[in-house]
Structures are given as structure tokens and as C-alpha cells.
Design a protein around this ligand. Structure first.
Ligand code: CAA
Length: 259
């Protein structure tokens, strides 16, 4: 991968979108590398949480590549959207938790990439928006769907119809991000959050992600059954036995083994 750099640090990994000259804009090559990232992370059982960020100090991702999109036919446009959507859906459904560390512009496909992660934190310099209607298109990598689910349809419609950008404090206010940090503190905060997650029992953490994601797609009677089954699946795992034994024996649990 040349457009996405992956660095493992113990049980966490940091993926950096690496196309700084174009403010990390997502062309087909970057999307393909993001697909490869998913394959690598899925194949590595040591990675328990993934941070995604952008290279440089200016942009997380400034959107899908406008140069590449500018000459597409309707059929090619649909296929480009499908490429992005397929990759982002694979990121969204990675079994492990994902954190977007938004270090600057997160526009169009950049905002959409952050929304395919479980948790968003950002720098005080971050700027969010869905500028697509100003370019003559709709959001194409899930923005119409995930933004409405995250911040509610009224606010999502306002952002998408107006194509106006918002700053970090407004993103925090509407619940698009969980926290804002000075730019120079962002990555340390993201890694600390990932490490905190990675210390908890990985099977249980993955089950929680699946329960929340799958449960949100069905009605409550079915959703609680999803939780029951995943709750049950944690019992008799080595980590459940150790976690509960440690509590009962009033000691700190041994590091969880992902078993
Ligand atoms: N696609 C292609 N290239 C891009 C890009 C994009 N989305 N965003 C930035 N770049 C390129 C610029 O063309 C420029 O390249 P050159 O140096 O070769 O001219 C380089 O990155 C630096 O950008 P600027 O000179 O424009 O930097 P700036 O600081 O003046 O402005 C910005 C920064 C406000 C983010 C501005 O670059 C911008 O508005 N970018 C486009 C943002 C946008 O509209 N994104 C949505 C795209 S549509 C989409 O994403 C659809 C979808 O949902 C799938």
C-alpha cells in the first residue's frame, strides 16, 4: 500500500491516508488501498483497535477526488460510488473498534470515511462538511445515510442541502465528534483511547460492536435477542473466566488473551 500507511503499536494500529499533495483526496487507488487495509487488519488477530487519520497537518481527507470524478458518466459515477461504499461498509463492519482521528479537513468523502468509523475525535483545526450539492452531485460514500443516523435527519439535511462547512466546536455540539483536542495532542489522545479499548477483553469488545451495529438495524424485540446471543457467547471464554475470577478474588485481572 502506498496511499495508506499502517503502523502497529502493540495491540493497536494506526492507518494514515497518505496523499498529502491532494489533501488525502480519495481516488480509486486510495479506495483500493483502504480495501487492502481492511484485509490486513482482518488477518491480524493482534490488532484490537484501529485508528484512522490523514497525513500532514491540514487534512484528514478533503473528499473524493474531484479530478477523477469530473468526467465520469452516470454509470461510472454509480460504480465509483459503489467502490467507496463497499470499502466504507467493510470498514464499518470490521470486527474491531475503529477511531477516526480527524486532523483537519474532513469534507465529502472525508466526513463519510470518519462516519464509517465507530468513534470520531478531532483536532480544534478540523473542518467538516458535505460540499457535494455545491459541486452538482449528492454525497456518494454513505453521507446521506450515516450523517442522518448520527446527527438526526434535520441537521443532516441542513448540512447536505447548504453544503456549508462546520468547525470542530459545532461538530462537537451536534454529536458528530465525541471530543476536540489541540492538533498536537490529537494522536496521543486517539492512541490512548485505542489502548484503553485494547486492554479490555477483545471477544467482549467485538461482541459489543456487533450487538450495537446489528441491533440498530432491527426492531427492539429482535435487537435484544442479538444482545442475548452475543452475551451468551462470551461465557466460558478464557477472558471471561479470568475477568470474573479476578474480581471475586479481589485482584487485578491478567492481561486479556483474546481467547
Ligand atoms: N479532489 C481532488 N483534489 C483535491 C481535493 C479533492 N477533493 N481537495 C483538495 N485537492 C487538491 C487541490 O486541487 C490542490 O491540488 P494542486 O496543488 O495540484 O492544485 C491541493 O489538493 C491543495 O488544495 P487547495 O490548494 O485547494 O488547498 P486550500 O487550503 O486552498 O483549500 C480545501 C483546502 C478547502 C479543502 C479545498 O482544497 C477544497 O475545497 N477541496 C475540495 C473539498 C470538496 O469539495 N470535497 C468533496 C468532494 S466530493 C465527494 O467527496 C463526493 C463523495 O461523497 C464521494
Amino acid at each position: 500500500m502506498t496511499n495508506v500507511l499502517l503502523e502497529k503499536k502493540g495491540n493497536i494500529a494506526v492507518a494514515t491516508i497518505n496523499r498529502p499533495k491532494a489533501l488525502n483526496a480519495l481516488n480509486s487507488d486510495v479506495l483500493t488501498d483502504l480495501g487492502e487495509l481492511v484485509d490486513i487488519v482482518n488477518a491480524d488477530s493482534e490488532i484490537r483497535a484501529l485508528v484512522i487519520t490523514g497525513s500532514g497537518e491540514k487534512a484528514f481527507v478533503a473528499g473524493a477526488d474531484i479530478g477523477e470524478m469530473s468526467t465520469l458518466t452516470p454509470e461510472e459515477g454509480e460504480a465509483f460510488g459503489k467502490h467507496g461504499n463497499d470499502v466504507f461498509r467493510r470498514i464499518e463492519t470490521l470486527p474491531i473498534p475503529t477511531i477516526a482521528a480527524i486532523n483537519g479537513f474532513a469534507l465529502g468523502g472525508g466526513c463519510e470515511l470518519s462516519m464509517s468509523c465507530d468513534i470520531r475525535i478531532c483536532a480544534d483545526t478540523a473542518v467538516f462538511g458535505q460540499p457535494e450539492t455545491g459541486l452538482g452531485i449528492t454525497p456518494g460514500f454513505g453521507g446521506t445515510q450515516r450523517l442522518a443516523r448520527l446527527v438526526g435527519p434535520g441537521m443532516a439535511k441542513q448540512l447536505i442541502y447548504t453544503a456549508k462547512n462546520i468547525k470542530a466546536d459545532e461538530a462537537l455540539r451536534i454529536g458528530l465528534v465525541n471530543a476536540v483536542y489541540p492538533l498536537e495532542e490529537l494522536m496521543a489522545a486517539a492512541e490512548k483511547l485505542a489502548e484503553t479499548i485494547a486492554k479490555n477483553a477483545p471477544i467482549a469488545v467485538r461482541a459489543c460492536k456487533k450487538a450495537i451495529n446489528d441491533g440498530l438495524e432491527v426492531k427492539m424485540d429482535d435487537a435484544i435477542v442479538i444482545e442475548e446471543k452475543l452475551f451468551g457467547s462470551c461465557f466460558k471464554t478464557a477472558d471471561q473466566i479470568e475477568g470474573m475470577s479476578a474480581f471475586l478474588e479481589k485482584r487485578k485481572h491478567e492481561p486479556y488473551q483474546n481467547k
